[in-house]
Design a protein around this ligand. Structure first.
Ligand SMILES: Cc1ncc(COP(=O)(O)O)c(C=O)c1O
Length: 407
């Protein structure tokens, strides 16, 4: 039977990582994968995570099955953290005090951000079979495959202009075609792959458009805390939650808690209707049951322990601030050096970007030269991980970029 399997497409990022592994040049630089690295080049376990793990080990809770919604303390803490107020109806839409957005929201623990995107896509398909999801062009590499795997149609909206800055007019013009009960996938901050985010004004315009035309935003939050700070990075999502009746949110704890391998995240859904929320809960649980049944407990227990303890939470936020500071310093140094090397236009594009990634305005041929001549690995579409580089290597990166960029 398996002889019949046609050659499936290979993930280009993993192919690049394999090519990097086979490269024996000592100066080689891997800026492909989206993981944070410190000055020592390692991806550290955050201090608050270590401390929470010690607390959990001492507690030695049973490993008995959890429910389909996962860790309910985690779900509640995530609702409060993401939406900023109120109690929330995590793990079942019970009556909740308060009238903030969290009071009309439900959350289910998922297998990281990817699992949240897939569960929400399944929810959309069950609610409106065959509806369209709009994603940015370019988008996070997995957005289209996840939405299509769930049986949804995908269309794209413009994201960056020829000048490398956010194309607000193009985006809004494209999204004027999004109709009632269609879904618009928006990255809440630190857009992957471009590092380009909408202005506050454009976010408000998007809320107006969604309110007028009846499409539902699906906000993908994977980098909050790594752009302008946790509260600032969550502000657009909270504004949408305040202003719109319905909202879908996929949250990843992979980057901002450094829990990449523990597969930790949640799907949040807002609706003014308690009945709809009850149905949403059951639909999400049913989707989880057929995909993986219950999510893994460890990462969610760590996050709940941190967010529920004032001192641990403060320690986590301080370390997140340090990570953000390092990313910003890297970008600023690269910008400065590109300007010094006579590449002011490139420097201006980079200076306007945020978060872990930058997309350089370089074509495939230039990116291949960067790899071949300078042993610098980014994607062929120009994405590099700004958080993956040590400060001492930035001059070499700037020289490589300046050399291949020509003008
Ligand atoms: C925009 C975006 N969304 C979601 C994810 C999925 O993250 P996770 O590892 O939590 O599944 C990523 C990971 O790189 C991402 O960049």
């Amino acid at each position: 039977m398996l002889e019949l399997l046609p050659a499936p497409p290979v993930d280009p990022l993993w192919e690049l990582t394999a090519a990097y592994g086979a490269d024996d040049r000592p100066e080689r630089l891997n800026l492909v994968l989206g993981v944070y690295r410190d000055e020592a080049g390692t991806t550290p376990v955050m201090r608050a995570v270590r401390e929470a793990e010690i607390v959990l080990a001492d507690r030695s809770a049973s490993k008995e099955y959890r429910g389909l919604s996962g860790n309910t303390a985690f779900n509640r803490a995530m609702l409060r953290t993401v939406l900023g107020s109120g109690g929330g109806a995590a793990g079942g839409p019970a009556a909740v005090p308060g009238d903030g957005p969290a009071a009309r929201a439900t959350a289910i623990q998922t297998v990281a951000g990817t699992g949240a995107l897939r569960l929400l896509a399944d929810l959309v398909r069950h609610t409106r079979p065959g509806t369209t999801v709009w994603i940015s062009d370019p988008a996070y590499v997995n957005h289209r495959p996840i939405m299509e795997a769930a049986g949804l149609r995908v269309r794209t909206y413009r994201w960056v202009g020829a000048d490398g800055h956010h194309d607000a007019a193009g985006m809004l013009e494209d999204l004027r075609q999004a109709g009632r009960d269609e879904v618009v996938l928006l990255q809440g901050c630190c857009h992957n792959p471009t590092g380009v985010d909408p202005s506050a004004r454009t976010w408000a315009d998007l809320a107006d458009l969604a309110g007028r035309n009846g499409w539902v935003p699906l906000v993908d939050l994977a980098y909050h805390g790594l752009g302008d700070g946790l509260e600032a990075d969550l502000a657009p999502t909270r504004m949408l939650a305040e202003r719109l009746p319905e909202l879908l949110i996929a949250v990843s704890c992979s980057k901002n808690f450094g829990l990449y391998a523990d597969r930790t995240g949640c799907a949040i859904v807002l609706s003014p209707s308690a009945r709809a929320l009850r149905h949403v809960d059951t639909a999400l649980q049913n989707a989880a049951r057929t995909l993986y049944s219950m999510p893994p407990e460890h990462g969610a227990a760590i996050v709940a322990t941190i967010l529920e303890d004032e001192a641990l939470r403060a320690s986590w936020q301080a370390e997140l601030d340090t990570m953000r500071g390092r990313i910003r310093a890297n970008r600023a140094a690269l910008t400065l050096q590109l300007a010094d090397l006579g590449r002011p236009a490139l420097a201006a594009v980079l200076a306007g970007q945020k978060g872990m990634f930058s997309t350089l305005p370089l074509n495939e041929e230039q990116m291949l030269r960067l790899r071949g001549e300078f042993a610098i690995y980014g994607t062929t579409t120009g994405r590099i991980n700004i958080a993956g580089i040590q400060a001492e290597r930035i001059p070499c990166l700037a020289r490589g970029i300046a050399a291949v960029s020509g003008a």
